[in-house]
Design a protein around this ligand. Structure first.
Ligand SMILES: *[C@@H]1O[C@H](CO)[C@@H](O)[C@H](O)[C@H]1NC(C)=O
Ligand SMILES: *[C@@H]1O[C@H](CO)[C@@H](O)[C@H](O)[C@H]1NC(C)=O
Ligand SMILES: *[C@@H]1O[C@H](CO)[C@@H](O)[C@H](O)[C@H]1NC(C)=O
Ligand SMILES: *[C@@H]1O[C@H](CO)[C@@H](O)[C@H](O)[C@H]1NC(C)=O
Ligand SMILES: *[C@@H]1O[C@H](CO)[C@@H](O)[C@H](O)[C@H]1NC(C)=O
Ligand SMILES: *[C@@H]1O[C@H](CO)[C@@H](O)[C@H](O)[C@H]1NC(C)=O
Ligand SMILES: *[C@@H]1O[C@H](CO)[C@@H](O)[C@H](O)[C@H]1NC(C)=O
Ligand SMILES: *[C@@H]1O[C@H](CO)[C@@H](O)[C@H](O)[C@H]1NC(C)=O
Ligand SMILES: *[C@@H]1O[C@H](CO)[C@@H](O)[C@H](O)[C@H]1NC(C)=O
Ligand SMILES: *[C@@H]1O[C@H](CO)[C@@H](O)[C@H](O)[C@H]1NC(C)=O
Ligand SMILES: [Ca+2]
Length: 593
């Protein structure tokens, strides 16, 4: 009898599965390396990003989205596995920190792998995982259905720049650079997918497209530099100095930028080689250099924007636009001279806040914005729910290592009500020492290798403050020692922060802020599990004009808003046939069992 029941449930599963397959949405997953939310759609009208802006106009735009670690490899490992850095044990860019093989490996299922296991064709190209060993060579053994596409433009193409951090190429065009090759590849594959679909391949697709600009060096065709005025007209940051009262451990030496620095001459008394002088927060670029670098970053942002535009057109012309979710995200933020810093590797708002734009056809078409605190770790549960496949469960403290589980929350409820109560805090962290800061000043026993001592800066962004505290950290057990404190920071975010001019004063030691420090320290130390949104209480109808249907607490994908009553008609139409087939099979089973 037991096996008969099994047989029936298998039948049900197969039938249910094939019926649901039709309702699954494709996913276009667009990663942009080192992109901070300084885009037209985010209010920076002096940056030319018409294609991302157009995508945003039919998406939900997350005003306050944060990465978990402000550097490529751990940020990507975390969001792609749905597990936080302290679970994955991936904190740095290191060959020893591939989450499947770290000494405390999770071997966690990735987003593309999970879609693949759920009947999708999973396609990847460009920079999705960190390239090379830290990302397990694009995780190619597990994540993809097709061979991975990774362009590699020969270095000699860029000889003219001679190692400069920024350069405008007048004799090279979009597809001479990696990102142009990636967008071309995506366009070709969308064509193939269309062809294969008409040849009977009914699988939905998950396509991950990873752009490498505006990561340093800021090299792109001159047509994008020409979108901006001369460097002398580019704005300087309002806050070129480190925060008052900043603990030294919060500082980054921005070695990445120094490596490209075109001149070995004095940089405010600093040299470009590694050494103690790099620890000097007084080192800075000249105003002219700052303007040129910022212009280069904006130019390469526009270059990527153009690639996004080509892909969106292809999606449309191949007829996929109406059933494809598009998400665009940056892996972390970027300092462009603000707070006296460049590049990433910090816990400041500049380095942790990211662009996050999510288009769900039929749901976000009229455009919405939310200032709910969200995190890149939320991508895994969000995309699975919105695409219409099972959302992996929330990880427990002791979840089996290799199963799919998540340490974030689906943002789907925010699509129904963008202003609902959401997370109490968004969490980021950054280890010291790390590449770029070989030692902690005066403490040589803290080194940048697997067995060395370590300090972890944990940071939580709440509605009106950022609180960061640095603790001694044991990499083996992955635990901070909350009583061994190396620095405390408190920044005021009472006013919204679009233009990167905040966090200028560390308030942590102000006597009148002692209660605030206590309160936020408790939130920080309770961690992400203590800050989760109360999703189950969201049963009220959405006040938002964009959506008409009542919110449901179910895990089903958000129905389209094509019109009242229309949303479920497809499924209902199939139901009688489905029931009849089931009945027929049931009778057969009874006869032949
Ligand atoms: C990791 O998981 C995959 C299946 O997802 C399995 O094939 C592989 O053997 C696992 N590797 C380790 C080191 O456990
Ligand atoms: C399209 O189908 C062909 C033939 O089966 C296959 O080789 C190719 O990989 C498919 N392309 C995509 C993008 O699925
Ligand atoms: C800065 O650039 C302007 C023009 O862009 C130039 O006139 C000026 O001499 C430069 N200043 C320095 C110190 O290089
Ligand atoms: C930075 O400059 C300030 C003011 O000129 C000086 O007091 C301080 O010692 C300098 N810091 C370092 C690390 O050189
Ligand atoms: C997509 O949806 C729009 C609006 O509902 C409709 O006008 C268009 O014909 C649809 N396109 C395709 C390819 O289904
Ligand atoms: C980390 O914790 C482990 C287990 O408690 C201990 O053996 C090890 O010495 C600790 N490492 C450091 C650097 O403190
Ligand atoms: C990590 O692995 C070590 C042994 O390699 C073990 O002692 C430690 O408890 C593990 N830590 C976690 C958090 O699983
Ligand atoms: C945590 O740090 C405190 C203060 O330095 C120290 O006394 C204590 O032994 C540490 N705890 C662990 C578990 O290492
Ligand atoms: C935070 O900033 C706001 C707006 O600038 C100001 O009104 C408020 O007094 C500040 N709070 C603190 C504690 O400094
Ligand atoms: C969730 O609801 C509980 C009980 O009402 C409340 O204590 C908690 O702060 C809420 N969480 C958030 C993130 O608002
Ligand atoms: Ca990056």
């Amino acid at each position: 009898m037991v096996s008969f029941v099994n047989f029936l449930s298998l039948l049900l599963l197969l039938l249910g599965g094939s019926r649901a397959q039709k309702d699954k949405k494709n996913v276009l997953f667009v990663a942009v390396d080192d992109l901070r939310p300084e885009l037209g759609a985010y209010g920076a009208d002096y940056v030319s990003t018409p294609n991302i802006d157009s995508l945003a106009s039919k998406s939900i735009l997350f005003e306050r989205a944060y990465c978990q670690v402000a550097v490529c490899s751990p940020s990507r490992a975390s969001l792609l596995t749905g597990r936080r850095p302290d679970t994955n044990h991936v904190w740095r860019i290191s060959d020893d920190e591939y989450w499947r093989t770290t000494s405390n490996a999770t071997n966690a299922t990735t987003i593309p792998q999970y879609f693949k296991e759920n009947g999708y064709i999973s396609i990847g190209m460009g920079k999705i995982f960190h390239p090379g060993a830290p990302g397990g060579n694009n995780d190619e053994l597990y994540s993809w259905s097709l061979p991975y596409f990774e362009p590699s433009t020969p270095r000699r193409m860029f000889n003219a720049a001679q190692g400069a951090a920024w350069y405008s190429f007048s004799n090279l065009f979009d597809n001479d650079f990696d990102d142009g090759k990636v967008s071309q590849n995506a366009i070709n594959l969308l064509e193939q997918l269309k062809q294969n679909r008409s040849d009977g391949d009914s699988r939905p697709f998950f396509m991950a497209i990873g752009f490498m600009k505006p990561h340093l060096p800021f090299y792109c065709p001159s047509q994008y530099y020409d979108l901006y005025p001369g460097p002398d007209e580019i704005k300087l940051p309002n806050n070129p100095d480190p925060p008052q009262g900043m603990p030294h451990i919060a500082w980054t030496v921005w070695r990445e930028m120094r490596n490209y620095y075109p001149s070995t001459s004095a940089m405010g008394g600093c040299t470009r080689v590694a050494g103690v002088s790099l620890n000097n927060p007084n080192c800075s670029l000249t105003s002219n250099e700052t303007r040129e670098a910022r212009r280069g970053y904006y130019a390469c942002t526009s270059y990527v924007d153009a690639q996004v535009g080509k892909i969106m057109s292809a999606l449309d012309s191949q007829g996929f636009a109406n059933d494809t979710i598009v998400v665009l995200w940056g892996d972390h933020g970027f300092h462009l001279g603000e707070l006296g810093m460049w590049s990433k590797n910090t816990n400041f708002e500049d380095a942790t806040r990211v662009p996050f734009i999510l288009h769900v056809p039929g749901v976000t078409d009229n455009g919405m914005k939310t200032d709910a605190l969200v995190e890149l770790i939320d991508l895994f549960p969000s995309l699975t729910e919105l695409a219409g496949i099972d959302v992996p469960p929330m990880c427990t403290e002791n979840s089996p290592k290799s199963i799919a589980c998540v340490e974030g929350s689906s943002v789907a409820p925010l699509l129904k009500n963008p202003s609902m109560e959401w997370k109490k805090g968004a969490f980021s962290q950054y280890p010291r020492p790390t590449s770029g800061l070989p030692q902690i000043l005066g403490r040589p026993e803290f080194d940048d290798n697997e067995n060395g001592e370590s300090v972890m800066g944990y940071s939580v962004r709440v509605d009106d403050y950022r609180f960061t505290e640095w603790y001694r950290f044991n990499r083996t057990t992955s635990t901070p020692n909350f009583t061994d404190i190396w620095g405390t920071e408190l920044y005021n975010h009472t006013t919204p922060t679009v233009f990167f001019d905040d966090e200028n004063t560390n308030l942590a030691s102000r006597p009148n802020m002692a209660d605030k420090v206590q309160e936020l320290r408790a939130i920080l130390q309770a961690g992400w599990r203590g800050a989760l949104p109360n999703v189950t209480t969201d049963t009220t109808p959405a006040p938002s004009a964009t959506l008409s249907q009542t919110a449901t607490p179910s895990r089903s994908p958000i129905p389209t808003t094509a019109g009242p009553g229309e949303a479920s008609s497809k499924g209902a139409g199939n139901l009688p046939i489905f029931v009849m087939i089931l009945l027929f099979l049931f009778i057969l089973a009874v006869i032949f069992y």
